[in-house]
Write a protein that binds this ligand. Structure first.
Ligand code: NAP
Length: 314
């Protein structure tokens, strides 16, 4: 099969399109012919060899943890899906990759809504599960106001919609260029940076019940001041969280023992017209290095994705 891969850590130039053996699904897994695969900050950090997880990464490595495609093989102990079904999901997270190839094995998936573009489906898996897990931790109740710091990025743009679908009023920080996107997503936009409370005052936002930090930009003290309660704040990206008594949510998916998780919920919301996956840029697989450059440097408005030629929207 063809696969985007790298044989050594480094800049985007280490990525190349090569060939390798197709993976086989194990029990509880399915294999798809990939139509689209997401490119996320975690893929960039791994490729540079910067994250601690990189020390355990066998090379050559196929980057990408999110993919969508057509089921072509099914492992043992799998129900509810058939060869030929259109699905979107997440690779086995322990492998930290494998999505940007002709075939990929998924550990967690849901049926892709018929009207959901492949690019959106392929880019969304871990962002949906990460956002779902973080929102679950925040014990949200309808009518509350949630502040999302970093609301226009890959995870933030998904978290704000999943929160709104739970009956939450969402205020989101972004650079001014991205306020239009947040308005479209039903979010009250505000510019990030120091002195956030006075900008919220100016907008007439008098109360923040919960806060989700997706940016990791050093705002935890301010978010604590705004909510008045460390248990009302969760971060996905700030490793100083323990010093603030704030929870840092990492790694595990939102999946529960009964198999319920965020992907089918997001799929249903998409079908109802209440959810979309903002796509910043869509590249062919042979331009994977350009996709990684975009993921690294931004500017960002949603997700970056690789799609195979016959499904890319031009
Ligand atoms: N814990 C987990 O399980 C988990 C899972 C996935 C991702 N993450 C982490 O979560 C972070 C975000 O991931 P992502 O995929 O959403 O990244 P992304 O697409 O690059 O989005 C990051 C967002 O941060 C915003 N931002 C930049 N500077 C900011 C500041 N000073 N204050 C507030 N916001 C600021 C940007 O907003 P503008 O574009 O408007 O400037 C951008 O939209 C990354 O660090 C990633 O590693 C953690």
């Amino acid at each position: 099969m063809f696969a985007v891969q790298y044989d050594r850590f480094g800049g985007p130039e280490v990525l190349h399109l090569g060939t390798t053996d197709a993976p086989q699904p194990q029990a509880g897994q399915i294999r798809i012919r990939v139509h689209a695969a997401g490119v996320s900050p975690v893929d960039v950090g791994l490729r540079f060899g910067r994250t601690p997880m990189a020390a355990h990464l066998p090379l050559p490595h196929i980057p990408g943890v999110d993919a969508a495609g057509i089921v072509d093989e099914i492992g043992d102990d799998v129900d509810g899906v058939a060869v030929g079904d259109h699905v979107f999901g997440i690779v086995e997270l322990a492998t930290l990759g494998g999505a940007s190839a002709q075939f990929a094995v998924l550990q967690l998936w849901a049926h892709k809504p018929a009207t959901m573009p492949w690019a959106q489906a392929g880019a969304a898996g871990t962002s949906i599960e990460t956002a779902t897990r973080a929102l679950d931790l925040l014990d949200l109740r309808p009518g509350m106001t949630l502040l999302v710091d970093g609301a226009a990025g890959g995870v933030g743009s998904i978290a704000v919609q999943l929160a709104a679908a739970r009956g939450i009023h969402v205020v989101g920080t972004a650079r001014p260029d991205n306020h239009g996107l947040l308005n479209q997503l039903g979010v009250t936009p505000v510019t990030y940076g120091p002195d956030l409370p006075s900008r919220l005052d100016a907008l007439g936002v008098t109360r923040i019940d919960r806060a989700l930090d997706v940016a990791g930009a050093g705002s935890l003290s301010e978010l604590l001041d705004l909510t008045g309660d460390p248990t009302a704040v969760v971060t996905l990206a700030d490793f100083t969280a323990p010093t603030h008594g704030v929870r840092l949510s990492m790694g595990q998916l939102a999946g529960e023992p009964d198999g319920r998780h965020g992907l089918p919920v997001a799929g249903e919301l998409f079908t109802e017209g209440r959810f979309t996956v903002p796509i910043e840029a869509d590249f062919p697989f042979e331009k994977a290095a350009d996709a990684h450059r975009t993921a690294e440097h931004g500017p960002r408005r949603g997700k970056i994705v690789l799609t195979v030629d016959d499904v890319r929207e031009r």
